[in-house]
Write a protein that binds this ligand. Sequence first.
Ligand code: AMP
Length: 395
Amino acid sequence: MFKTMAINAGSSSLKWKLYKMPEESVLASGMVDRIGLPESLFSVTDGDGETVKKTADIADHDQAVQLLLKQLIEQQIIKDFKEITGVGHRVAAGGESFSDSVVVTDEVLAEIEKLAELAPLHNPANAMGIRAFKNLLPDIVSVAVFDTSFHQTMNKVQYLYSIPYAFYEKHHVRKYGYHGTSHKYVSQRAAEMLDRPLEELKIISCHLGNGASVCAVDGGKSVDTSMGFTPLAGLTMGTRAGDIDVSLLPFLMEKEGITAISDMIEILNRDSGLKGVSGLSSDMRDLHAKEADDPQAALALRIFEDRVKKYIGAYAALMNGVDAIVFTAGIGENDIQTREHIINGLSYLNAFIDPERNDCRGVEKLISSEHSDVSILLIPTDEEVMIARDVERLK
Ligand code: AMP
């Protein structure tokens, strides 16, 4: 029996799941939060759903991993570290260097750190997680799974920006896309649910969470996606602006007396999107609660739906058709009204949602009506199992 860990390390957090492979059963899961801050939070949930929670001062990722491994033994989830045969790490940006997951060598780790200029918030934290496990479990295979690699099948026509070509040649500026592991998982599941070969399907995958992106998947390959060089582009998100006219930047900086471009980018990343438009919250639940009597909350919701609808139209055009539209992530899996509003008005595609089937949350389900030509699917995403599978494939 193989025990494989899937790790998602942030700058101050570390989320993990321990799998029994190849069965893919979850033996335990948990997280460490507030790493480097006083009273870090630490939790482990075992296979029976029992959760142990602790607070402790955890200075860094090394200490977090140390505590986690000790706790796994204490709760008898493992008897010996040697039972863990592989560890897979989610890494945000793989640039043009990684079109698939890879076993982490010193060179790979150096490249992940170099690619931090594409994902300054994420790659350094992901690398810290990798180093921490390598320090404590030096003989165990580490695999890096990139959010970008699924999109490396895009063509130049889709991934290039219409700017001087030399910028691409000199600096690799292009669309990379993100959420690739999620789009890949749900498109594979969609083919299984529809009992049709993935190679024959045109799928539009809508990963709608706090961060959100749409992906056109033709024959199992990503052909276009809404995020860009960074995860700031595309849809209206919880706090991110999505697509804007870049001429707004100098205009607003002058009008608002903002002198640093980094402050402007911060506004687009942290104060925009649903939060910026509504002036209320980045969370769809808060906006729905106020929608009836707060016009700004309603406006934010309509803008969110509008952007998703327009990307669906664009990707149906790009692929010359669509067989399935998939909803996943926090909003996609739970927001009944938003799913309905997005699909209503796609009658030109003969895509129709069934309100009764759509009246559900967080389950795998076909939610299109009998007479819809397009299958509308609700598929909870599972990026961790994809990481565990890649560890098994590559170790
Ligand atoms: P994620 O980033 O995938 O965890 O998604 C988080 C987002 O999902 C939150 O910001 C909420 O807006 C949304 N969400 C979660 N539960 C619900 C719900 N029951 N109804 C509407 N939106 C929800």
